[in-house]
Design a protein. Sequence first.
Length: 148
Amino acid sequence: MDRFRVSTIGFTKTSAKSFFDRIKRSGAKKVLDVRLHNTSQLAGFAKADDLRFFLREICGADYLHEPLLAPTDQMLKAFKRDKGDWPTYTNRFLDLMSDRQIETRFSPEMFQDSCLLCSEATPHHCHRRLVCEYLNEKWHGSLEVKHL
């Protein structure tokens, strides 16, 4: 069975230097932005247009926005703004990925040398980890995941 290397990273609670150094060291050739909204002023160096430029110049990596791998606005608000609990959010997001059938809309090969990006500093309570776990279950462990 082939294995495909994928990393994940969040941009909060880190400096731009640390963020881009980690991506560069990972060997990622493309960053898959799995945020629903990628243009917020609060994102600083991780706003879509700036990020595309920085990734190309600093890391030699491409940038792709993949909102199909993001939760809905309603899910985000229920979890973040309304202080929802993690198990409920997890179950709702797993159901959403299943409904969207993301495992048929992507292939393991598409994730080779990629890095999934969202805002959370760590993967513990972050949907980027759930995306990797869901796809690994569907694709029989074909993704070799490293959280940066």
